[in-house]
Design a protein around this ligand. Structure first.
Ligand code: F6R
Length: 258
């Protein structure tokens, strides 16, 4: 039986929209507010970003706000959650390509303010690179916001089951379900990389605000476990239950088992 106070605050953190568009517009508006607030202060907005099918609607709306409503991204600094390893940035399945196509190519964000883990490093160089990634986030004063999807394995970023709460940016092995889910993108599961570089659970949890977006019935079972299950490394997203500054933004289908 869970503590009642925790139960109530979790309930308040859940927002259910009748469809994916409503959920995406809500998140995009929250991000736009952060950017504008930081502009008024003459500060950078430090955004942690995700890839995959889930955030596409958010990015579409951010592009619209830039193109039609003059929202500038010149004060925005981004850190992406993850990248496959090995992966060359120009490859079709790279998260660099995804981010360029869905967001960065359409904005006025200076290229040097964009950070995405480098999938081309030699194995020996990875840990030092990951430590530097963490340091860069710290040097900017930490993430103002982290946008998350959730994998059917329960991963956030590529923190698969077994990931520890104090994990930081590092090289990880991808779970079977995750590789299965990526198989269409790569033309077969055996072509999906077995590893990735990801921010850690601790990196994510240190963000000042977290938006976990989940859309469609494919996410209903894992959302139920992530929000209602016991906190455990077996479902890494459950660690977020311990935080006050998380919002779960769901469409009705993803929320259907809550
Ligand atoms: C992507 C990421 C992953 C995805 C998750 C859901 O940068 O970190 O955790 O958010 O795998 O993917 P989609 O949105 O494709 O269902």
């Amino acid at each position: 039986m869970k503590n009642k106070v925790l139960e109530n605050s979790l309930q308040q953190a859940i927002k259910v929209y009748s469809n994916a568009d409503g959920a995406s517009l809500y998140v995009a508006d929250k991000i736009a507010q952060i950017i504008k607030r930081k502009q008024e202060l003459g500060d950078f907005a430090i955004l942690g970003l995700a890839t995959g099918s889930t955030p596409k609607g958010v990015y579409k709306e951010l592009v619209r706000l830039h193109q039609n409503e003059g929202l500038s991204f010149q004060n925005v600094v981004t850190f992406n959650l993850d990248e496959y390893y090995p992966m060359h940035p120009v490859e079709e399945q790279s998260y660099v390509t995804f981010m360029r196509q869905n967001l960065f190519n359409h904005l006025d964000i200076p290229a040097h303010q964009i950070h995405i883990p480098d999938g081309t490093l030699s194995l020996e160089g990875i840990q030092a690179y990951c430590d530097l990634y963490e340091q860069k986030i710290k040097d900017f004063g930490g993430l103002d916001m982290q946008l998350l999807g959730i994998g059917r394995s329960g991963h956030i970023g590529f923190n698969e089951p077994g990931s520890l709460k104090d994990s930081m940016t590092r090289l990880v092995n991808l779970n079977d379900i995750t590789r299965e889910d990526a198989s269409d993108d790569f033309g077969g599961k055996d072509r999906v990389p077995t590893q990735a570089i990801t921010m850690g659970i601790q990196t994510i949890m240190q963000a000042k605000q977290i938006f976990l977006l989940a859309l469609s019935e494919r996410k209903a079972a894992i959302i139920q476990q992530a929000l209602r299950g016991e906190i455990s490394a077996e479902v890494p997203a459950t660690f977020l239950q311990q935080l006050e500054h998380v919002e779960y933004i769901l469409d009705q289908k993803a929320a259907s088992l809550l």
